[in-house]
Design a protein around this ligand. Sequence first.
Ligand SMILES: Cc1ncc(COP(=O)(O)O)c(C=O)c1O
Length: 396
Amino acid sequence: MKTIYLDNNATSRVAPEVVDAMLPFLGEYYGNPSSMHSFGGQVSVHLKEARGRIAWLLGADAEEIVFTSCGTESDNTAILSALAVRTGRRRIVTSRVEHPAVKALCERLDKQGYKVVEIPVDNMGNLDMDEYRKSLTPDTAVVSLMWANNETGVMFPVEEAASMARERGILFHTDAVQAVGKVPIDMKANAIDMLSLSGHKLHAPKGVGVLYVRRGTEFSPFLIGGHQERGRRGGTENTAGIIALGKACELAAANIEAENSRVRRLRDSLESRLLAAIPNSRVNGNTSMRLPNTTNISFEFVEGEGILLLLDEFGICASSGSACTSGSLQPSQVLRAMGVPFTMAHGSIRFSLSIYNTEEEIDFVVEKLPPIIERLRALSPYWKDERICTTAGNAG
Ligand SMILES: Cc1ncc(COP(=O)(O)O)c(C=O)c1O
């Protein structure tokens, strides 16, 4: 059975060109780039090239790139560094809809005595900018706001938010794990101090990430050890992973136009056809401030998990907005923060596309999903009630 992969915000296929680029560094070129001998030294030349490619995608300087192991490490490093260099400031400003890489760390810091302020979002997933402005107090050390939400694709105005933080001397970090490669980013044109990205979301392998640190930003390392990354992150470099990420960033720069045209068209086609074919369905999030590849659709009165299991029988991979917490199915924190009604939040599915998806795949999903929803709704007592109410309403 063919796999139809519509779960690219979870992780993405390693591009074949990326596999080709990295393989020699798992085989022949295994030297340590810090070694004095030329066998290791030749690897450092390739690392430098990769650093340059990543910097190019971000509109950054090569020396502003710090390699890490993943997006989570980058997020943790940025926030902990800001707290370490802004001693005396005890407040962290973030949002209600951050990824656990930021949210769970902030919850831990809150327990340790820091004051964490979570800015709310409206029912479209937009950040409350008035609350944000008010939150920027003199005792705030750092703001951490995601560029794009992993569940809905909704983008925050991080560039505007960063300027507001800078005016008040507050460090600004953005988790851009879902945004890099999908929207143009130019670090020369904004006031963001630190930015996280993760290789496996943009067709590089898992286990490599980057923290961009603006030149001149005070910094305190998270992993302390060797002098790698100019003392900003100890540990022998993941050479194959870094070279892979360099190639993936080069491809992302070349494909960003396709992401915003062809991928966007496929996403829009999937979304509008599903909404038309399935009653009581709706999109979650602001559709005009959204990543081009993501749609989060709620199908009322069904369980997301049920939908995913039946989609899986056709080889279709997507994600649900629910997470199984201590035996009970809780709708996602993101949808709850947006005030999505319970009956809608439970039946939410995230489809996240990539340049590897085709029109035929979208046609296939549009053919298979409506009967799945119909089948599940036939089993749902709530759906039956809803139909009785709707019919009575119409008749009246
Ligand atoms: C917005 C966001 N931030 C951070 C992460 C964590 O990245 P990683 O899996 O590389 O640690 C993810 C991964 O899902 C994400 O979507």
